[in-house]
Design a protein around this ligand. Structure first.
Ligand code: SF4
Length: 339
């Protein structure tokens, strides 16, 4: 299904410029932007995967991952084809990197925004996540759904690479409750070579969301052996995160060979541990390990007294102190959205 874009401007000769993400693609008639799902049709930019997710599941919120946002909650999760990054290590590449599809036919299951919201109301699902692939590339679908959800008191979540334009972020922000942003490395060369993007806009958006909005933010880094896991790079990354806000939860995720990056081993536990320690020593209050069986480093402890507040086992929440933002033992405030 097609929808005229909310974020574009006209150029000469019926070309259009997409303004959803920092690529700002100039797109000629009949062509698509880098993400493959925003197409110039007769001089108008269209999102061609509107209302047609190719994945729709109910997930635990911990899977996004968001650990400080309504823990233990269920979230209706949707994703489409397309992505504005070209990560050679993508773990969802069948969705994100598909470009060759016929948008004149149904390419996913029809699921209009109102139908998603109605389903969440009917089944008492309190949150919707735009995830699996980059939500910025299906912006209009997320925006329309989020507005309707917001009216019904349903929370909206982006799981994003953080490469949206300022215009896109400003437009979705009033309806966005939480976001997990991938900080894939702390080196612009990595972003250019591995993702076909740049680091600076991602840093700008993380800082803006954390410091100037009410959107709850957590950050995830996939540690890839030999590519982004040097001590110097991790140190610079965590120092920067602390300078933005030491209360941002930082998820360190283990790499597994996938897509085009099959020549590297899975992340050793020692690398994850070293990054974990660097994050804690730098002053991040909440550091977590993901994609590995380490219940201790996947659980939340009070940064004041060290007592256990949320116990997790993979994506399962074993125990949650209903502390409403305050440690029940020492009254230290715990950053996040708890009720
Ligand atoms: S969202 Fe897609 S079409 Fe728009 S600027 Fe980004 S990559 Fe280009």
């Amino acid at each position: 299904m097609r929808k005229v874009s909310y974020l574009s401007r006209g150029l000469a000769d019926d070309a259009v410029q997409c303004q959803a993400c920092e690529h700002f693609c100039a797109i000629e008639v009949g062509a698509s932007g880098r993400c493959g799902v925003r197409r110039n049709i007769d001089g108008e930019l269209h999102l061609v995967v509107y209302g047609e997710p190719i994945a729709a599941h109910v997930d635990p919120i911990e899977k996004k991952p968001l650990f400080h946002f309504l823990p233990g909650g269920s979230v209706f999760s949707i994703g489409t084809f397309g992505c504005n990054f070209r990560c050679s290590f993508c773990q969802n590449w069948q969705m994100s990197q598909t470009r060759d599809f016929d948008d004149q036919r149904h390419i996913g299951q029809p699921f209009e925004p109102q139908a998603i919201v109605d389903l969440c109301v009917r089944d008492d699902i309190p949150m919707i996540a735009y995830t699996y692939n980059e939500p910025t590339v299906f912006f209009e679908y997320t925006y329309d759904t989020a507005r309707l959800a917001h009216e019904r008191g349903i929370k909206n979540i982006y799981v994003s690479n953080g490469y949206m334009s300022e215009a896109a972020l400003n437009r979705i922000e009033p309806y966005l409750d939480a976001i997990n942003v991938d900080l894939k490395a702390f080196d612009d060369g990595f972003y250019r070579e591995q993702c076909g993007a740049r680091l600076a806009p991602v840093k700008r958006n993380i800082a803006h969301i954390a410091q100037n909005t009410d959107v709850w933010i957590e950050v995830t880094t996939l540690l890839i052996p030999g590519l982004n896991d040097s001590e110097a790079e991790i140190q610079a990354m965590v120092e920067w995160l602390v300078s933005v806000d030491p209360d941002i939860p930082w998820h360190i995720s283990a790499f597994h060979p996938d897509y085009k990056m099959l020549d590297r081993p899975p992340t050793p536990h020692t690398s994850l541990m070293r990054a974990y320690e660097l994050g804690r020593q730098a002053g991040l209050r909440y550091v977590y390990m993901g994609n590995v069986a380490d219940s201790e480093r996947g659980s939340t402890r009070c940064p004041g007294c060290g007592r256990l507040l949320v116990q997790r086992d993979w994506y399962r929440v074993r125990e949650v102190w209903r502390h409403r933002g305050v440690c029940p033992h020492c009254e230290q405030s715990i950053a996040g959205v708890w009720s």
